[in-house]
Design a protein around this ligand. Structure first.
Ligand code: PHE
Length: 455
């Protein structure tokens, strides 16, 4: 008891509600929005995909986010101990461990892509894309990403930046960094969206984003949309549990979760508006897949008036977005090590850094020298992406809503969102929220899981 109270006294926390919001939004807004979302929209028929995505954000994403908020804030503990504390003597702690494992998988490949961002920012600053034909840019990207050393050096730089913020702690590192970077990120992306939407010939790109073409929708579209909603909102990985554990007892968690989900969704749509109109204006197919950001966009930047500056701003935005997300993943793992193994923050960051660095190197090498190492027909990079985004996050999300809705139950859920009855929440909102957490979100997640097994 004495041990846990001294630990609680030492626990870091966010200083303000705005700090919580920018940190949460910082985690949510990332490569998922700027890299994954636009190419999934491109491959899955534009507006139709966006509408299905929005449906999943409300019906499955928001309830899971609220459930994670409730678990984290109530327990004031990191991933595993949060569940253990709220359900002592049970096996629910496993859900927290799964979340930590999920973050390990994601950050390993994520920091490789983060490294690609640092390299491309560097290339943009050197104006390397000017007079770039699509072929030469494709060769530039593939020879870079399949090479041995350069991507590893960039992956290392990216991880060092991430660790630098996390080592400074929640309030002095994560909160301060996010407070400056998130507004900057929104400004940059709004500026690029305005530039892209005012290019001559951008009209078809805008209607691609806002006029649904249902003929492209298949069962795979639903899985892609749900997976993307979870990835983009950082759900099912105990990220929200961990950050919410640093949230003060008087913060209003329904509004914080709604605002976080809204900020992430608005940012994804802005990213679509920054990218698709330009893609169409230059007569390029929107379904270019993962190469979109590193091949198609540099080509577009090379053709566009003031494209050199836009390229720098875009890759800066990509890097910042990736950083605020990777710090949240690292924090989940570091907080787990601090609480479970009683490590000092510095020691935990150093150990986790080394472990992730090795896994990241393997992911990076799996693009080139180790591309013949395959499991389930996938290289290491794709395998890590698949295990985390298509599997662990969804299973984690399902277990988390079931835990909050059924194991903690109505009384605890209501008590937590109303701050012990001191904050008024209308009865209809409480009931709707509980209904979403108990029935709708689990049903959506189960349906998609069954669907996938049958495919
Ligand atoms: N949401 C982040 C993105 O969109 C990724 C992420 C997943 C971050 C899980 C933290 C935890 O890029």
């Amino acid at each position: 008891m004495k041990n846990s109270s001294t630990q609680a006294a030492k626990r870091d926390s966010f200083a303000s509600s705005f700090g919580v919001l920018v940190a949460m939004a910082g985690s949510a807004v990332g490569l998922g929005n700027l890299w994954r979302f636009p190419y999934l929209v491109g491959e899955n028929g534009g507006a139709a995909f966006i509408l299905i995505y929005l449906g999943f954000v409300v019906l499955a994403g928001l309830p899971v986010m609220l459930a994670e908020f409730i678990i984290g804030r109530r327990s004031q503990s990191s991933a595993r101990s949060a569940f253990q504390k709220l359900a002592p003597g049970s096996h629910w702690g496993i859900v927290g461990v799964l979340g930590v494992i999920c973050c390990v998988f994601i950050i390993s490949f994520y920091s490789v892509v983060g490294g690609w961002c640092t390299e491309y920012l560097f290339k943009a600053v050197r104006f390397d894309f000017t007079d770039g034909s699509p072929e030469s840019l494709k060769t530039m990207f593939s020879s870079f990403s399949t090479s041995t050393w350069l991507p590893i050096i960039n992956h290392t730089v990216f991880l060092v930046l991430t660790a630098g913020v996390v080592i400074a702690g929640v309030q002095n590192g994560i909160e301060k960094f996010s407070k400056v970077m998130m507004p900057l990120l929104f400004l940059i992306i709004i500026g690029i969206a305005v530039r892209s939407m005012t290019l001559p010939g951008s009209g078809p790109g805008i209607s691609f984003l806002f006029r649904p073409d249902w003929s492209k929708v298949t069962s795979q579209t639903f899985l892609a949309a749900l997976g993307q909603a979870f990835f983009s909102l950082s759900l099912g990985s105990c990220m929200v549990v961990t950050y919410a554990s640093y949230v003060k007892k008087d913060a209003k968690i329904i509004s914080l979760s709604t605002q976080t989900a809204a900020a992430d969704t608005v940012f994804a749509i802005l990213a679509g508006c920054a990218i698709m109109p330009a893609v169409f204006a230059f007569g390029i197919s929107p379904g270019e897949g993962p190469d979109l950001v590193f091949v198609t966009l540099p080509h577009i930047f090379s053709q566009m008036p003031v494209g050199g500056v836009i390229a720098i701003l875009f890759f800066l935005a990509l890097l910042l977005a990736a950083l605020t997300s990777s710090i949240s993943m690292l924090e989940v793992i570091v907080a787990f090590c601090i609480e479970e193994f009683k490590m000092k923050r510095k020691v935990a960051v150093a150990l986790v850094f080394f472990f992730i660095w090795v896994l990241g190197c393997l992911c990076s090498l799996s693009m080139g020298p180790l591309s013949s190492w395959k499991v389930l027909g996938k290289n290491i990079f794709d395998l890590f992406d698949f295990i985390s985004a298509d599997f662990l996050m969804l299973i984690g999300g399902l277990l988390i809503v079931v835990f909050a809705g059924w194991k903690l139950g109505k009384k605890v859920v209501f008590d937590e969102v109303t701050n012990g009855g001191t904050h008024h929440v209308p009865a209809w909102l409480l009931k709707t929220m509980l209904f979403l957490i108990r029935y709708v979100a689990p049903a959506a997640l189960l349906a998609i899981a069954i669907f996938q097994i049958h495919e």
